[in-house]
Design a protein around this ligand. Structure first.
Ligand SMILES: Cc1ncc(COP(=O)(O)O)c(C=O)c1O
Length: 326
């Protein structure tokens, strides 16, 4: 990583103008090998990747099917693409099936979903969605922002954990969350990646990731790949933490992952709850509309493998006190 830093703090221009630094080429090969795909492509951020992929693959006359709780970057990509947008109920494969049926005549059909949802901590019914993709001759794009590093034998994400690698066309992941660095990648077959290099505006018309960041990601990828024990530990911890919150009568929505919301309803209550937690040394962000639907404001807690038993006991005590006081 230190060596990469010496190569420069900036990449100077777009890759299509000045070429690609050898560190970035190496990282893309490593990311593809890690994901088990033919190729991978780096992006400046997860936001840019979602916007870029959806606008490069879709246009007028096409139909995009998007989970109703997908991230803003996916929503914006769908809007900007010009395709007809069909929002299906959150994780509702039956609703998705009926929308696919009704848009039978669309030129191209593409389904886009997160694998682990950022604000609910629940997971998409990926196997059912993959069936629908095949039945309707659609394409499937999965955003693994919150699954990368946590799911899959080497942290590749939920798609790999569920053995669906061959049935998903492109996976997208940010390098700013589980990897702790910055940037993003898109992984898939070479033909898809070649298309993106030639058609994806947020890839083409922007300065490449700095070599120092690329070096940081290469180091992080090694750590992420080898962190199997930490993944097990984190997931077991999250399960226990959630069970204890539920035992307090709190609503953790459909969470089955390291993202654990406490849904409280009103914005005022969420803010008061967050303040109470902060006074007790616990960072629990108050998430409000439009990030989540009206009436479902919540505290969003996110566990990491670095949280100790003491941290979690402290968090539970602070949550108990806040819930009691409010
Ligand atoms: C599901 C999802 N996709 C994409 C992004 C955007 O990633 P980045 O922060 O790298 O732009 C986020 C994060 O905020 C996210 O939660």
């Amino acid at each position: 990583m230190a060596e990469a830093t010496l190569r420069g703090a900036g990449a100077t221009a777009s890759r299509l103008v000045v070429g690609t630094d050898t560190e970035a080429v190496a990282l893309e090969r490593e990311l593809a090998a890690w994901k088990g795909t033919e190729a991978a492509l780096l992006f400046g951020s997860g936001y840019a990747a979602n916007l870029g992929v959806l606008t490069a693959l879709l246009g007028r006359g096409d139909a995009v099917f998007s989970d109703s709780l997908n991230h803003a970057s996916i929503i914006d990509g769908c809007r900007l693409s010009g395709a007809a947008i069909h929002r299906y109920g959150h994780c509702d494969a039956d609703h998705l099936a009926s929308l696919l049926e009704s848009a039978r005549d669309a030129h191209r059909k593409l389904i886009v979903t997160e694998s682990v949802f950022s604000m609910d901590g629940d997971v998409a019914p990926l196997a059912e969605i993959a069936e629908l993709v095949e039945r309707h001759d659609a394409a499937l794009v999965v955003d693994e922002a919150h699954a990368a590093g946590v799911f899959g034998p080497r942290g590749e994400g939920l798609v790999r954990e569920l053995g669906l690698g061959d049935r998903v066309d492109l996976t997208i992941g940010t390098l700013g969350k589980g990897f702790g660095v910055y940037g993003a990648y898109v992984a898939g077959a070479q033909v898809w990646i070649d298309w993106l290099v030639n058609a994806c505006r947020p890839f083409i018309f922007t300065t490449a990731l700095p070599p120092a960041v690329v070096g940081g990601v290469r180091a992080a990828l090694e750590l992420v790949s080898e962190a199997g024990d930490l993944r097990e530990f984190l997931r077991a911890r999250a399960q226990e933490f959630r069970a204890r919150l539920r035992a307090l009568g709190l609503d953790t929505a459909g969470s089955t992952t390291q993202i654990v919301p406490i849904v409280v309803g009103s914005n005022e209550l969420a803010l008061a709850f967050a303040e109470h937690l902060e006074r007790n040394g616990v960072l629990g962000i108050a998430i409000r509309p439009p990030t989540v639907p009206e009436g479902t404001a919540r505290i969003r807690l996110s566990l990491t493998a670095a949280h100790t038993d003491e941290h979690l006991e402290q968090a539970l005590a602070a949550v108990r006190a806040a819930a009691g006081a409010l």
